[in-house]
Design a protein around this ligand. Structure first.
Ligand SMILES: Cc1ncc(COP(=O)(O)O)c(C=O)c1O
Ligand SMILES: [Zn+2]
Length: 420
């Protein structure tokens, strides 16, 4: 059972009933669920015995009944990335691989599983969102699974794979002439007037909690210990602070001990309001107009920017803003060293990690977890210009041999023959 007791304002600490309220009535601050941790008696062994999905930590998630969706969401691989570590001169490097999250291949399946379950509990009939693509994919899939009506709002310039990734589930898709920040503003007005369940607006307090599961899993998969560094992408700012909130909660209920990791924020240079604020010593990000290939994280006015900045500072972390060119290079590097194909958001996080290593912020002998949050098959246009092209051959063996001979005497396993 969940230990949820209500919602609390992050800023002024006013408390509210656990309903669909999206901002503090006193100061408009963001709301967070509050739990009675003293009622939680969860052990490592109990968690280990449960199914491998986000609900294995259900006592720390904001639902009051049974989970309704997300039975295969979460518990994604934590990959020990030895070949990538060698290339970067690192001792202990891990990829938390949400590019293979179920069912829509991004970290959003965690947050939507929680928000959709809560939406159903609270009696919403329509599930909706303002999205840069991945969230819309996930909302559409979970709504289909729950048999809810669905309406997703996206900017009208998204990649074809992101549009298709929603359309296949049959939602209403509204492509808005404008960027994500315009879409989000419109959705706030719709949420007020129509009473739809917008996962990242009026259900945001519940939605955001789903992101804690990324932190829970990292600790569990490392054998119940903290790494020394975590690098997270930042768009609206949901994920990064919730990873740390999850890490703190595990300590609070006695499942892990030790020093919190330093958490670092990665953004594309073409949309880096949070990294800029970290550098300038500001508490709130100054909104920017995004211009980057990393469309899924192109949010110029992040809803939870304040929490990201606070969390990074509290843990002694830092920020990294990386060019589109470095993002594409990092996508290739991750694919070629670890066999993991990520989208530009993941390229941003890895390129950011490399920049932090080069700056000496992440020492080469310390442990690092890089959060890869989306899948490259949805954004093939960003890499298709510089890929190896297939060699076209007939079915005849002699043509294959001619190809081998033309390749010259390269010392490669491909040229080795085992029979005469
Ligand atoms: C692939 C991917 N990674 C990361 C993010 C970061 O989102 P946020 O900072 O809002 O948690 C997003 C979301 O918009 C995303 O689609
Ligand atoms: Zn308040």
């Amino acid at each position: 059972m969940s230990a949820l007791i209500g919602l609390q304002c992050h800023l002024c600490k006013s408390t509210f009933a656990p309903e669909a309220v999206y901002a503090c009535a006193n100061c408009l601050g963001p709301l967070e669920p509050v739990y009675d941790y003293s009622t939680i008696t969860l052990t490592r062994a109990e968690i280990a015995a449960r199914p491998k999905n986000i609900w294995r930590y259900r006592e720390l998630l904001p639902i009051t009944g049974e989970p309704r969706t997300g039975f295969h969401s979460g518990f994604t691989p934590l990959v020990r990335a030895t070949r990538l570590a060698d290339r970067l001169g690192m001792r202990e490097l891990y990829i938390k691989d949400d590019s293979v999250n179920h069912p829509t291949l991004s970290y959003k399946d965690r947050v939507v599983a929680v928000a959709a379950t809560r939406a159903a509990e609270l009696g919403f009939q329509v599930l909706a969102c303002a999205s840069t693509g991945n969230l819309a994919n996930s909302v559409a899939a979970h709504a289909a699974r729950l048999g809810m009506e669905c309406c997703v709002f996206i900017p009208d310039n998204l990649e074809a794979g992101k549009r298709l990734g929603s359309a296949i589930f049959g939602p209403q898709i509204l492509a808005i002439a404008g960027n994500y920040d315009d879409v989000n503003r419109l959705c706030s007005q719709v949420a007020d007037r129509y009473g739809w369940g917008f996962v990242n607006i009026n259900l945001r307090a519940y939605y955001a909690e789903g992101a804690k599961t990324m932190g829970f899993e990292i600790v569990e998969q490392l054998g119940w210990r903290y790494p020394q560094h975590i690098v997270s992408p930042v768009a609206g700012g949901t994920l990064l602070p919730r990873i740390v909130r999850g890490l703190r909660e595990l300590k609070q209920i006695g499942l892990v001990d030790g020093e919190l990791p330093r958490i670092h924020a990665a953004q594309a240079a073409g949309c880096a309001p949070v990294v800029a604020a970290l550098l300038n010593g500001d508490d709130y990000p100054e909104p920017v107009r995004p211009a980057t290939i990393a469309k899924s994280i192109a949010i110029g006015n992040p809803a939870d920017g304040y929490q990201v900045i606070q969390t990074v500072r509290q843990t002694g972390g830092s920020g990294a803003a990386v060019s589109d060119e470095k993002i594409v290079e990092a996508i290739h590097l991750l694919a070629e060293t670890e066999g993991i194909f990520t989208e530009p958001a993941g390229g941003t996080t890895l390129a950011g990690t490399i920049s932090l290593i080069e700056r000496g912020v992440i020492p080469r002998d310390e442990s690092v977890v890089v959060c890869i949050t989306g899948n490259g098959y949805k954004t093939t246009e960003v890499v298709s210009g510089n890929l190896t092209q297939p060699v076209h051959l007939s079915r005849a063996f002699k043509d294959f041999e001619a190809w081998q001979q033309n390749r010259g005497a390269e010392a490669s396993g491909l040229s080795r023959q085992v029979t005469a």
